[in-house]
Design a protein around this ligand. Sequence first.
Ligand code: PEP
Ligand code: MG
Length: 879
Amino acid sequence: MENIKYVYLFNEGNASMKNLLGGKGANLAEMTNLGIPVPEGFTVSTEACTKYYKDGKVISEDVVEQIYEALNNLEEVTGKKLGSIENPLLVSVRSGARASMPGMMDTILNLGLNDEVVATLGKLTNNDRFAYDSYRRFIHMFSDVVMGMDKRKFEDILDEVKESVGAKFDTDLTASDLKEVVKRYKAAYKKEMREEFPQDPKVQLIESINAVFRSWDNPRAIIYRRLNDIPGEWGTAVNIQSMVFGNMGETSGTGVAFTRNPATGEKEMFGEYLINAQGEDVVAGIRTPQSISRLEEDLPECYKQFLQIADRLEKHYKDMQDMEFTIEQGKLYFLQTRNGKRTAQAALKIAVDLVEEGLINKEEAMLKVDPKQLDSLLHPNFDENGLENARVIAKGLPASPGAACGKVYFNAEDAKAHGELGEKVILVRAETSPEDIEGMVVAEGVLTVRGGMTSHAAVVARGMGRCCVVGCGDIKVNEDEKTFEVNGEIFKEGDYISLDGSTGFVYGDAIKTVEPEISGHFGIFMSWADEIRKLKVRTNADTPRDAAQAIKFGAEGIGLCRTEHMFFDEERIFAVREMIVAENENQRKRALEKLLPMQREDFASIYEAMEGRAVTIRLLDPPLHEFLPTEDEDIAELAKDLGITFQSLRFKIESLKEVNPMMGHRGCRLSISYPEIAEMQGRAIIEAAIDVNKRKGFNIVPEIMIPLIGDVKELEFVKNIIVKVANEVIKDSGVELQYKIGTMIEVPRAALTADEVAKEAEFFSFGTNDLTQMTFGFSRDDAGKFLNNYYDKKIYEADPFQKLDQNGVGKLMEMATKLGRQTRKDLKVGICGEHGGDPSSVEFAHKLGLEYVSCSPYRVPVARLAAAQAEVKNPRSTK
Ligand code: PEP
Ligand code: MG
């Protein structure tokens, strides 16, 4: 019989055991060892969770046994007993995965209460009101979280009782009102579940642990995991902790605080609390809490102690801490600490400040900022002119910065549906609920009526870099009618509003948004990233504008210039079409001659924008039919312009049609059929380089890239065309020019025969979009339609077109790099598929020893940081 330890007392763990105990469990253990006041408890490990799933969603006997053993121990140290009517132990049951997933999984508080224990609790505390308030909360949570009942049933009962006794707030209810609430809650439970509310605390406990394990796989947790690259196999731990009560009267309270401002990064205590309340009141945003600084007036001793411990925790963890605390009758307890989620601005400021304060070094600072978050820095602000006449209709709390403008929708489903249609959407909710996550993903911004800066919407929005305003009590939402009212004005579903997540202002009109300015901390931090990283970062750019933007973001060159985008230009498309319908080589050459000066001009302006940096230009790639119209009307018009008959043009278009164009007549295959195309492009690339070198004094060495080869002979064929024309042009010009010819590796056969390919290629660039397509046999265009089924069935957790499949496609890349360098020691290798801007794929490229990654301009900063992180985690020099 295996003898695995699944349950750990808090004093048996430490912060390094995150994988086993989850973040929360490991930190509770660490705080316990540091002597910080933490209520006693134990953690059921993540391995117990994986076992639970392996065993078919049951908690096995040996795990139950270990839980009971730890419970005995807890009863001994607290001197209390679960279910005792003399000195009852009450516990909380909370999830805690390796990575924090705020609000995504379940929590149960006040467990251990039943009809008898509640009476004892009332007597012991001399506070019946508190006892019954705790019991009604427990029944509500257990029924909702563990048994899956609709929580609105309980909210309705509470509202009914409040109304019948004229109570405005929950805190206005008396002990006997709360007894009535409990009675009605239990009746509701019995009616729906067809049994009494469970009175045996051990049953309550095991059922609750079961529910937390189960919640690891609830839909919102799955979505959150996919967004944050958290593998499903990690599982969650469960923390069972003896309860301390923030709802025991005016010297009790509970709150959440950050050691630095999570929106701006400012070094100031930032947080909120509620007197006489339990934790979920703060985070669920049901009551709007008070600023932490008020605690100094309410409970000065606690405040002092709180500040001391918070400071100690920050220094211990060397990072901004997000802490949950409870004060029970004047005594302070810490229930949780973790590295706090923060906006991108705050993350940069905190990382730079921590280095300047001497708490961490630059390498450690790299790991304090999530590369994906940098995206949000590049997000829009309001156009100043647009703002001048804008009408402020309300103000809420500025929970997550940025500006957003869109049409209002009142639930996640509608927001998602309209967002996916390409509408700009603002999600408006009465209060925040983690189920809204799907709507938040598609929304430009989120607005909620209730809730504080630490409510779920605020935390999640900040993590996503989504503009968010919460606690906006000025507006009244009618979710059934899908409207909101503010100052007598009604806004319907589909009406425009704008949000400023930095000020909390809500505007009643559509306001234009503009690109952001980047702060000083960004510059400092990114310069450290550049010092550290070994991988170069280039950009995929086809226009001088994109190239210039990418340079601003730190690109070191162009890794992919897709020339077809130039062909689509209004001025050129006609010549391109002439080339396609040409009946013979001569006609085709004539059309190409018209394109030559335009292409030369294109390349020259890109070289100029890149100011001498490396530029890789790829020859024409897509199938030709993409340049021709499909509608009869358009075909007729074009036929007239081209001076040919409708019939013959239609016939040409029909003949170019392919069943699977992605696998069809594209890439180098076009140049093999029509060498004139490669010749024209080669000439334009070389002539432009000579011209710009002369005019600007640069030393451009054009890199000419041949796409979609699968056999070295294809490469050789196209290369010979380029070499011939390039050498002619160079000779005629009378000046020196070096150039390189390389290839994309995007057909598996090219990867498999990379040693042969490298004989002809001076560089490789992995086209991981096509390489993924062809390795999986998934069409790039169609896979999106069915990949969702793969996620649902847990066959894949991530889209292989976004996050590189390291096991399969990655293996091909590894092989190709090795084989290629066997033939050509100094072979330069990079990536230019979409994966070039995905942090985990960048890390893979670093480990593989590639020279560079290339990605779209806005992802350049993401890739720079990801490359620095990769070097910190796996230094190349020590390999
Ligand atoms: C690729 O296939 O990864 C690539 C960069 O080329 P394209 O996306 O243009 O096919
Ligand atoms: Mg490709």
